[in-house]
Design a protein around this ligand. Structure first.
Ligand code: FES
Length: 331
């Protein structure tokens, strides 16, 4: 099994427009003009992309709604997404930037929400890093539509590269706190941000791995319980310095493959015609957990506990790797 039976929708690009040098916004409508399935704040769609090597793959983009209206996303006629160009990736974002123009057709999966915002009265504190702002725009709008307390901290390198600023300013007013590395001369101070939170505030974080790691470490250090911190990682698995190729042995089938330095174990298995279970491909959902028989695991996920990681009997093959030259999986 790969992804749990999604509903595919045939779409047409209504508009494709650069918001800044890095981010392109796309408006998509059903090819036959029909109404689209509704969605809730934090939902995403998966879009079929063509990679540089010609292979097809899926990429995950949050649905954006800046309208603070209770029914704004119940029966939309369009979906709006925004894509950051990643030149070091396998070509998915380049396809979204260069391979699609208004009028083109594309296939998507119906919206799914793995990152919902709560409906209660506790304040939602939204922490956005760069393109990670996209699900949080919809959350800000939905909280405002409900008359519920919300604050957003939005961090980026410079204002020029931060998408949806006018929409967020109109939506949030003083509840939008901007940080630019360029103006501050330093990254967002997560400790100060958390110190400004109330004891009942719930945190929603979406941004690059470095931001997410900093927030998780700082909330843990302050004793925040897990249920107060919600996150979505806004990156494809990245190649880290020192990543190397290794031998992958499948104990049950006896197959041996080479996982290349720029390839995940999951993609290696798929490329060889295997059918592993997966969903998020970002080490967040837990679906791709795979038992390990031999090899030193380089855990990079946000699912396994510290104890499970230390025991080394299971790994998330969509993102984690092998520190040594050989890894044996019990599949
Ligand atoms: S596919 Fe979600 S953790 Fe690997």
């Amino acid at each position: 099994m790969t992804h749990p039976a999604p509903t595919n929708l045939k779409m047409r690009v209504v508009e494709a427009r650069s918001l800044n040098p890095l981010i392109r916004m796309l408006r998509l409508a059903a090819e036959d003009g029909s109404q689209l399935p509704g969605f809730t704040a934090g939902a995403h769609i998966r879009v079929q992309v063509r990679l540089q090597d010609g292979a097809q793959d899926w990429r995950h983009y949050s649905l954006i709604n800046p309208l603070a209206r209770a029914d704004a996303t119940d029966a939309p006629s369009e979906y709006v997404i925004a894509v950051r160009r990643e030149d070091s990736g396998r070509g998915g974002s380049r396809f979204m930037h260069e391979g699609l123009q208004a009028g083109d057709s594309l296939l998507i999966e119906a919206p799914k929400n793995d990152f919902p915002v709560h409906a209660g009265g506790a304040r939602a504190v939204l922490v956005a890093g760069g393109i990670g702002v996209t699900p949080l725009v919809s959350m800000a709008a939905s909280r405002k539509a409900a008359g519920a307390p919300v604050r957003m901290h939005y961090a980026g390198r410079s204002r020029e590269l931060m998408a949806f600023l006018p929409e967020l300013q109109a939506l949030l007013g003083d509840d939008l706190l901007l940080h630019t590395d360029e103006e501050a001369g330093a990254p967002l101070d997560i400790g100060k941000l958390l110190d400004g939170c109330g004891a009942d505030d719930l945190l929603y974080v979406c941004g690059p791995k470095v931001m997410l790691d900093a927030v998780l470490a700082a909330t843990q250090a302050r004793g925040w319980t897990h249920d107060r911190v919600h996150f979505e990682l806004f990156t494809e698995p990245v190649v880290e310095e020192g990543d190397h190729a290794f031998e992958l042995v499948l104990a049950q089938s006896g197959q041996t493959y080479t996982v290349q330095a720029g390839q995940t174990i999951l993609d290696c298995l798929i490329d060889h015609g295997c059918d592993p279970m997966y969903d998020c491909k970002r080490g967040e959902c837990g679906v791709c957990a795979t038992p390990v028989m031999e090899g030193e695991i380089d855990h990079r996920d946000y699912v396994l506990t510290a104890r499970e990681k230390a025991e080394g009997n299971v790994m998330q093959i969509c993102i984690s790797r092998c520190k040594g030259k050989r890894l044996v999986l019990d599949i």
